[in-house]
Design a protein around this ligand. Structure first.
Ligand code: ADP
Length: 159
């Protein structure tokens, strides 16, 4: 049984995240999407809002589930006996950050392997932070995020 976890903020989930989830669901027997709640980060969507969005978006895949994590990811996966952390990379910038993060996680828990999956080209430019900014100005983000996220963004910014 190959189990992996895909941790992230998912604030909000984008088509780039969904692409990674879809492709990873074919590689791993089980994939747990971990919605991280980090006290030092400021989110647009609350932990439970992000969990609700992710939970509804992963419905097409029977081997994908979601969980909210308020502590350290490495401890969370160790408790669940998940040995692989999956991270998506869009380019060099992502890679150097992700590389350092993986070294830190390795130091915290040597039993965990980080696996990187490169983005598919059409999702290369998708970034939650720029999508939020665009949506805050009323821009059309419908080609970048699932429908449910697009309407959640509209509600968040314009009621
Ligand atoms: P974090 O705050 O942990 O970086 P994100 O929600 O921004 O959380 O991202 C979660 C994971 O998804 C990260 O590994 C990130 O690199 C990856 N990711 C985000 N957007 C894309 C994309 N468009 N293509 C591929 N991977 C992506």
């Amino acid at each position: 049984m190959k189990k992996a976890a895909f941790p992230g903020s998912f604030d909000p989930p984008t088509l780039g995240h969904i692409n990674i989830i879809q492709r990873a669901s074919l590689i791993f027997d089980e994939l747990l999407v971990i919605v991280a709640e980090n006290r030092s980060k400021k989110y647009l969507f609350s932990g439970s809002e992000r969990m609700d969005l992710v939970t509804s978006l992963i419905k097409p895949w029977k081997n994908v589930s979601a969980a909210l994590c308020t502590g350290l990811i490495v401890d969370f996966v160790r408790e669940r006996e998940i040995p692989i952390l999956l991270r998506g990379v869009r380019g060099e910038g992502d890679f150097s950050y992700e590389f350092e993060l993986s070294m830190m996680n390795k130091a915290l828990n040597p039993g965990i392997e980080t696996v990187f999956m490169t983005t598919d080209p059409e999702y290369f430019v998708l970034r939650s932070s720029s999508i939020k900014e665009l949506a805050s100005f009323g821009g059309d983000v419908s080609a970048m995020v699932p429908e449910a996220v697009s309407s959640a963004l509209k509600t968040k910014f314009f009621g």
